[in-house]
Design a protein around this ligand. Sequence first.
Ligand code: ADP
Ligand code: ASP
Ligand code: MG
Length: 448
Amino acid sequence: MIVAKFGGTSVSSKKRILTICQIVKDQKEKDPILVVSALSGVTDLLLSLPSLSKSKLVAELKRLREIHKNLIKRVFKDKNRQKTMEEFIDEKIAEISKLDLTEDKKKLDKLLSFGEIMSSAILANALESHGINVSQVIATDLIVTNDNFGSAEFILEPTRKKIKKILMPLVKKGIVPVVTGFIGTTKKGQVTTLGRGGSDYSAAIIGFCLAVDEIQIWTDVDGIFTVDPRIVKNARPLQVVSFKEAAELAAFGAKILHPRCIAPAIKAAIPVRILNTFNPNRSGTLITTNHKISRQIKAISFKKKITLVNIYSTEMLLQKGFLARIFQTFSKYNISVDLVSVSEVSVSVTLDNRNNLEKAVQQLSEFANVSVGENFGMVSLIGEEITDSSGNIKNIFDILASRRIVPKMVSLGATNINISIVIKSDQVKKAVKYLHQNLLQSGTIASK
Ligand code: ADP
Ligand code: ASP
Ligand code: MG
């Protein structure tokens, strides 16, 4: 059995949908379970609805309908099927317009779920019209999550039970399940979403619960590259990447994979393959535990905008509990910290988002001086055992210095796989470009 997840761009045109039909036919004997994202741009469009004026809202709902209907017109030749699908979309748009559209996270998740519900219906019908036996499955029937709306995590036991109960009988009958990515439900039945890009996570959850042979992530590039190919033209696709490297790349900004999708795959030792729906014959990137460690920098990821918080207090010199108080404060306000750098009297941390930061700063200010820096970004160099080589570290800082880029904070990471450097936001692109050009473009330079 395999799980094959198709991202937004992979389902947004007739050509790509025909490619998916072929991919499913070619792999039919592997008992595929499909996971599908919303059409390109649809989640962003849905997310914008609550903030729109009435007239703009009407226009955007019309655009939402058109995006889906245009695809339906191209994909279905059979007029009856076309009409049924158009009516289905009208029904869903009518349901959306009746929702209470607010920024409230619970309500937003319900709203966002419509993207995947509509795309999976179109894909399931398209596959059926090409003679493939399918069944659309809405993941609120499969994936049980906590109530962290907007970025929920799955709860193993109830999820495994439901996934086995609903998907296994379909697979045994030779039916291909077409499951909505991105969404789940709380134990109380409220719709949740798994975080932006969360369909990868849906695929990993299903793969894990059924201990499948492979998880395939079909997207719009030839696999994991040495750096985001949209940013650096000379980026190279990588044939094999370790789970640890993929996890670091995802956690440190590479959009190619959702950060949470690696853990279930590692736990169940399921290989993950990143493949290109626009180029289905390429072998893509295999993420596996079976690989050689080269001790060389393999890839670069980056975040254009992060927040840097410096916390300083001489009163805490030689006192116990300074760090504990700081991290208790972040934990209390549900703030996730990325990088940390510590001296006797100061701590610097980086954050991905500013939610609740004002409240946390207020509490921290009761026992320390706090400054918050915006306009920072982060560049991360990834590769197993890279910090073992003094050559790697020297090369990185030499390249940055030659471009007058001054690191504001550095983390080498005890896991020996990631060198992350905080720099000014407006220098991130330049740093990525020159680091890639010198370290990765024509194979890796000597690392000693
Ligand atoms: P999907 O809709 O299929 O989930 P995403 O847009 O989420 O696709 O992810 C694919 C994109 O990830 C690529 O188009 C690419 O621009 C970006 N990306 C970022 N870092 C990398 C990388 N190291 N290798 C490949 N793609 C990357
Ligand atoms: N449609 C969701 C998003 O755009 C989930 C996904 O594409 O993986 O974030
Ligand atoms: Mg994605």
